[in-house]
Write a protein that binds this ligand. Structure first.
Ligand code: ADP
Length: 520
C-alpha cells in the first residue's frame, strides 16, 4: 500500500467538498442529509486504497464541507463533533472491510464485492441512526423528521458508497487495462441515456413504474465488460438519474423512492459484473493451466520417447556397424560374393528397423491430435512386442501372449502401443537379474461388457517396496538411466481413454494391468 502524495490528499479533500456541493439536493434539516451522498464513498475508497492511518484527512474534509458548502449551519462544537463522528465511523467501516473481512481492495471477486456491499449497508444504517439521533438530540433536526432523516441518510450514504467507492477503487487500481472509448462505449452510453429518457422524458406514464427499463443497459454492460464495466455504467446511470431528478423537479419523497430503486440497480449490476469477471478470470486461469499441463505432458512424453528410442536405435546402429565391418573383411578376401550379399541384406534389414523406429517417433508427435479408431487388441500386442523382440531375446526373456476371442477396442493406436511398449520394456528390465526361466505373459481378456483388460505379467524381481506407493508418480525410478516417466505417462494415456491402469503384486514378479473401452 503506497502513501498518498500531497497532490492526492489535496485532490481527495477538494473532490470531497465538490461532491458534497453537487449532491446537495433535497436536504433534510440544515445538515444536508441528501438522497445521494457520494463523499463517504470517496472517503472509504481513499482509506481502503491508502491505509487507515490517513483517517484524519476524513475529518478535515468533512469539516471543510460544513463550512464551504453549508456555511457552518450549527455551533462549531456540534460541527466538529459531527465531522469527527463521520470520520471515525467510515474509518471503522474501512477497518472492518480490510482487517476483519480482509477484502482485496481491487474488488476482484464476487465474495469481496458482496462483503463490501453488505458491510456498507449495515454500517450506513448504524451511522444514520447515530448521526440523526445526534442532530435530533442537539435540537438541530426537528423531532418530526427523525424517521425520514434516518432513511434518507441511510440510502444517501449507501448509494453514494456503492456507486462511488468501486469507481474510485477501479480507477486507482494498478495495472487496470484502460479501454479506449469505442463505438460500443458510445452505444452503451446512448442506451443509458435512452433508458433515462424513456422513464423520465417520453411521457409514457408514471416514472417509477417504468423504472425496470433502467436495468436493461446495466445488465447488458455488466455481461459484456464484467465488474469494471458495471461500475462505470452504474455511475453514469446515477449521474443521469440525479440530473433527471433536478431537471424534472421531482420532490423529495419521489427522489427517495428513486434512490431505493437505484440501489437495486447498482447492487444487481455490481454483483452480476463481479460474477462475470470472476468467471472470466477462472476460465483464463484454467486455459493457462491446461496449456502448461499440455506442454509438460508433451515434454514428458518426448523425453520418455527419446530415452526409449535412443535405446532402440542403438541396437540396429551397432548391428549395422558390425555387419559393415564384416563386409569390409569379406571384400578383402576373394570369392565371398554370396556371403557378402547375405550380410548386406542384414544391413538393409537393420537400417529398415531403425527407420521404422524413427517413423514411430514421428507418428507419435503427429498424433498430438489423437485418432481414435477400432482396432483388434492382438494387433496392438503384436506391434508392441515386435519392437521389443530383440531386447527380449538379448536378455533371454520369453514373451507369450493370449489374445483370442476379445472384441476390438476404441483407441489411439500409437498411444496405446506406447503404453504396451513401456510395460513390456519394464517387465524385461525387471527380469534382467532373474536367474532361471525369464517369462513375460501378456493376457488380454474381456472385462465386463464394455472393457477389455490387458495384463503384462513377469516373474521378475517385483516392484521395490520403497516405491510401491508412488509407482505412478512422475520421476519415480530405481534404474540408473531411468527417467521414471513411463508409468506416469502410460497412466495418463489410459485415463484419457476412459480406462484405468494398476499394479498387481504376484509371486514371483508383478503384473501391470489396464482396461480399454470396447468398440461395440
Ligand atoms: P523407468 O522405467 O524410467 O524407471 P517407469 O515409470 O516406467 O520409469 O517405472 C518406474 C519404476 O517402477 C521403475 O524404475 C521400476 O522400479 C518400477 N517398475 C516398473 N515396472 C516394473 C516391473 N514390471 N517389475 C518391477 N518393477 C517395475
Amino acid at each position: 500500500m503506497s502513501a498518498p502524495t500531497p497532490v492526492v490528499v489535496a485532490a481527495y479533500v477538494a473532490a470531497y467538498v465538490a461532491l458534497d456541493w453537487v449532491s446537495f439536493i433535497h436536504p433534510v434539516g440544515a445538515f444536508g442529509i441528501t438522497p445521494w451522498n457520494p463523499p463517504p464513498g470517496l472517503s472509504l475508497a481513499f482509506l481502503l486504497r491508502y491505509g487507515l492511518q490517513h483517517a484524519p484527512w476524513l475529518f478535515v474534509a468533512a469539516l471543510a464541507a460544513e463550512f464551504l458548502v453549508r456555511g457552518a449551519p450549527a455551533p462549531i462544537a456540534v460541527l466538529v463533533a459531527a465531522s469527527l463522528l463521520l470520520a471515525l465511523s467510515y474509518t471503522a467501516v474501512a477497518a472492518v472491510l480490510s482487517r476483519v473481512l480482509r477484502i482485496d481492495v481491487d474488488l476482484r471477486s464476487l465474495r469481496d464485492v458482496a462483503a463490501f456491499i453488505t458491510t456498507s449497508a449495515i454500517a450506513c444504517a448504524l451511522i444514520a441512526l447515530a448521526s440523526v439521533a445526534l442532530f435530533a438530540g442537539t435540537g438541530v433536526l426537528p423531532p418530526g423528521e427523525f424517521r425520514e432523516g434516518v432513511l434518507q441518510f441511510w440510502i444517501g450514504d449507501l448509494i453514494g458508497i456503492v456507486v462511488t467507492a468501486p469507481a474510485v477503487l477501479v480507477v486507482t487500481r494498478r495495472g487496470t487495462m484502460r479501454r479506449r472509448p469505442s463505438f460500443e462505449t458510445l452505444a452503451e452510453l446512448t442506451a443509458i441515456a435512452l433508458a433515462l429518457w424513456l422513464v423520465f422524458g417520453a411521457g409514457l406514464g408514471d416514472a417509477p413504474t417504468l423504472f425496470y427499463v433502467l436495468f436493461l443497459p446495466i445488465v447488458w454492460i455488466a455481461m459484456r465488460h464484467g465488474f469494471d464495466g458495471a461500475v462505470f455504467a452504474t455511475l453514469a446511470m446515477q449521474l443521469g438519474l440525479i440530473a433527471a431528478i433536478v431537471v424534472t423537479g421531482l420532490g423529495r419523497s419521489g427522489t427517495l423512492e428513486f434512490q431505493f430503486l437505484m440501489l437495486a440497480i447498482a447492487v444487481t449490476g455490481l454483483l452480476l459484473g463481479a460474477a462475470v469477471s470472476e468467471r472470466r478470470t477462472i476460465e483464463r486461469e484454467l486455459r493457462t493451466k491446461q496449456a502448461a499441463l499440455d506442454r509438460s505432458l508433451r515434454l514428458a512424453a518426448a523425453s520418455e520417447l527419446a530415452s526409449s528410442l535412443a535405446h532402440e536405435l542403438n541396437q540396429p546402429l551397432s548391428a549395422i556397424g558390425t555387419y559393415l565391418r564384416a563386409c569390409q573383411l569379406m571384400l578383402t578376401r576373394k570369392g565371398t560374393g554370396d556371403e557378402l550379399a547375405l550380410t548386406m541384406d542384414k544391413v538393409i534389414a537393420e537400417a529398415n528397423r531403425a527407420a521404422s523406429v524413427v517413423r514411430r517417433l514421428r507418428d507419435f508427435f503427429r498424433s498430438g491430435s489423437t485418432r481414435i479408431e477400432p482396432i483388434a487388441p492382438s494387433r496392438l500386442v503384436d506391434e508392441a512386442s515386435a519392437t521389443l523382440r530383440e531386447r527380449a531375446a538379448e536378455h533371454r526373456v520369453a514373451v507369450a501372449a493370449t489374445t483370442d476371442g476379445v472384441p476390438d477396442v476404441l483407441v489411439d493406436r500409437v498411444q496405446v502401443e506406447a503404453v504396451l511398449h513401456n510395460l513390456l520394456a519394464n517387465a524385461i528390465d525387471a527380469l534382467k537379474t532373474t536367474s532361471g526361466e525369464r517369462r513375460v505373459r501378456i493376457d488380454v481378456a474381456k472385462d465386463g461388457s464394455d472393457f477389455v483388460r490387458i495384463c503384462v505379467a513377469d516373474n521378475g524381481s517385483g516392484v521395490a517396496s520403497d516405491i510401491a506407493a508412488s509407482l505412478f508418480d512422475p520421476f519415480v525410478t530405481t534404474k540408473a538411466t531411468g527417467m521414471g516417466l513411463g508409468l506416469a505417462i502410460s497412466k495418463s494415456i489410459v485415463d484419457a481413454h476412459g480406462g484405468r491402469l494398476w499394479h498387481e503384486a504376484r509371486t514371483p514378479g508383478s503384473a501391470f494391468c489396464f482396461t480399454l473401452p470396447t468398440a461395440s
